[in-house]
Write a protein that binds this ligand. Sequence first.
Ligand code: FEO
Ligand code: CA
Ligand code: CA
Ligand code: CA
Length: 600
Amino acid sequence: ALGGPRSKLSFTPIAPVDALVDAMTVPAGFTWKPVIRWGDPLFSNSPVFDAGNQSAAAQALQFGYNCDYTDILALPGSKGRRAVLFANHEYTNEAIMVPPSLAPAEVRGIGKAAHGLSVVELKRKNTAKPWSYVQGAPRNRRFLTTTPYELTGPAAGSDLVKTIDDPAGRTVLGTLGNCAGGTTPWGTILSGEENFNGYFVSAGISAGDRRYGLGSTPTVRGWELDEARFDTRRPGYENEKHRFGYIVEVDPFDPTSTPRKHSALGRFKHEGANVTIAPDGRVVAYSGDDERFDYLYKFVSTNTVQPGNTPEARRANMSLLSQGSLYVARFQGNSVPEINGAGALPTDGAFDGVGEWLPLLLDNESAVPGMSAAEVAVFTRLAADKVGPTKMDRCEDVEPNPVTGKVYVACTNNTNRGTGTNAAADEANPRTANRDGHVVELTEAGGDATATRFTWNLLLVCGDPAKNSTAYFSGYPADKVSPISCPDNLAFDSVGNLWISTDGQPGTIGYCDGLFKVALEGAERGRVEQFLAVPRDAETCGPIIHDDERSVFVAVQHPGEDGTWAAQVSRFPDYVPAGVQPAPGQGALPRPSVVQVYRG
Ligand code: FEO
Ligand code: CA
Ligand code: CA
Ligand code: CA
């Protein structure tokens, strides 16, 4: 099987890998190597990773845990031999990270320091060689829970975000629950604050608290024991929870820059955001709210992108996401969905229809009666509830295809669809108890990303065709595809093939999560081919497809998550044999890592 008619990255698909296998599996002719691992030292004064003797102070100077969104951006003028790597660190698994004998306060400190973001410089001898990271490079940076972020957009300076520590309501410390992301055309990185609610204790009574899953039980990590702001019942900190749940923008080339949180893109469980440039030069950012029955959003900037890479142009472009219009999507099917029977398609033979983008903010002014712009920006879910958008099956990554402009939406799963009093299946979310997820293909009216109307169809209704007769691959023969379940992150190669990474296959189709290529055009459309599988319990994140260099990068998140300190179930990526003392800097435990897969 070829990797696409014009892509240089050809490969023979791998067979699905049993969920209990603790191996990184890549196609024949390819090899893999970590670019950077949890605990690797970033600065000249960083301690060497020592799993049994980890400390919060060491962790703050080392690569964080559970990397999710990742990108690699070449340094200008380096002839492709230097780059910056960005990775975020979504959450921590203390039970397998640190010895249980450590003092609880130290465990909390390690966990906290392993959250946030990292930027690290990479080098390679030439473009045919794999990257390695450069300890002590000038652009290396850790973003911790003490790092200041500038809040922009309608929420900035409003009473809804002021705290005793930030009476101006404009500076937030830290970013939490960073999941997927995107790289902007002006060379910055966007990262989505997703499950931020789990870090806060709250009264749990208000409509805002309930709609965002904020409750009064102690948090799993217990940071409220050390920092008052994580218990928002405390006087002066009532609004701290309103300062998370945003899209964060980082300039990875300037280690002194202040990252931003853009409230004009709304506050919800942002999976991530991806930007495209509309024909008139305005920029459009798509973002999904990853919660069962929540919504798909897009933001359209007020101002237009400045061409070029001058400092002035970059500065102007870095404010594009601070002002604009925010919309939420309503999907309408065009046929009766006969979706729950064996292999049944809708009456017209396609899961498809039309849709519209419903305004919540217009040029930073509220479009929702009874709510101020700041209220829409902070309580975006409540605002959206008022305008009747479509309840989706957990929108994860949403990404425009740079070749065709069509927008792809990964709906990872929703086992509650159609159960009890929950919303029934509809043509855009066609499965009751949707275990395997699906992928929506959306075409903006006139090919203009700022349009308020669109058409849509389903590219994939995922599953293992051998076990799930409702799996659908745009008509491609189901017996000739790799089984796929729980689509999460999306990427494109240089010729516009879609790449999908998964999160949850072990629990649905019994295979390790992986990375899959999907052809979108011509006779091959809907053909799913598995490129790699990640080790036991891991989710496949990133991904980055540098098909022109015949390499692929993925972030391997939470390997061995279901083990314990004493009984680890993954030893990725060092694979130190049992009973052997790890070499300095290595570990006999799972280490979330960014991995390069390349010919060789
Ligand atoms: Fe962190 Fe929606 O996956
Ligand atoms: Ca239809
Ligand atoms: Ca995700
Ligand atoms: Ca996920």
